[in-house]
Design a protein around this ligand. Sequence first.
Ligand SMILES: Nc1ncnc2c1ncn2[C@@H]1O[C@H](COP(=O)(O)OP(=O)(O)OP(=O)(O)O)[C@@H](O)[C@H]1O
Length: 262
Amino acid sequence: MGLVTVAQPETIETALDVRGINIFYGAKQAIHDIDLTIKKHEVTALIGPSGCGKSTFLRSINRMNDDVPGFRAEGLIQYDDINLLADNIDTVALRKEIGMVFQNPNPFPRSIAKNITQPLKEHGIRSKRKQAGKVETYLKQVGLWKEVYDRLDTSAYSLSGGQQQRLCIARSLCIQPEVMLLDEPASALDPIATAKIEDLLLQLKEHYTIIIVTHNLQQAARVADSTAFFYQGEVVEHTKTEQFFSNPKEKRSEDYISGRFG
Ligand SMILES: Nc1ncnc2c1ncn2[C@@H]1O[C@H](COP(=O)(O)OP(=O)(O)OP(=O)(O)O)[C@@H](O)[C@H]1O
């Protein structure tokens, strides 16, 4: 993925080891010296009030902000033996391993099937038989197959918002990433579609490492193994979700959970 290598992470259970990250937009510093350990096959929730830097941090992991004018990220985000913030990272290869799903469903303006086959083709899978097999596999993995198997050639835009979001998740999964980044993936969805996405995340963590930004504290409590509370560009507390919500260590965490700010 890049030429710069660093020492192996402390344990093989670590998916991403984040050390001393500082992020700037021009002169404005959005992230201040954060450290985080993201464990493999867990769901990690990033929570905190608007503007505290959750999306900035998430988008830095797979270099989505590189083209934002004035953007600069310093420090170490270690994935295997690679620093994801190194200058010579191949972002296409990076995004194959670290996929992303956005707040608003954004399927390609093509058929349901082509939303899966297009990324497969881009990653060298040319056999139509293999492509068809993967369309079925990944639509099943996101619980969409039964709903769409008889209309795979119709436009992805004919799906509901919740179905479109599950299609976007299938599109990310079909190239078999290790890590999935989700930026408020259910905030544009109704409660039933949201519940389906949450169920899906709980199933997917068996195969993938998941980091989710959410404004919904109940959602973090339902789906996340660990929760990181961001405030004014810092990580105030990162601990097991159950402990975070029942017995936070920091006063600012307690104030946030109890709705005293944010
Ligand atoms: N493209 C940009 N250019 C300049 N400043 C930005 C840009 N994107 C974000 N910022 C600033 O960086 C800080 C962190 O923003 P960010 O969007 O990461 O916060 P957030 O916690 O994800 O907020 P929200 O929950 O509202 O999405 C804010 O002060 C924001 O104004």
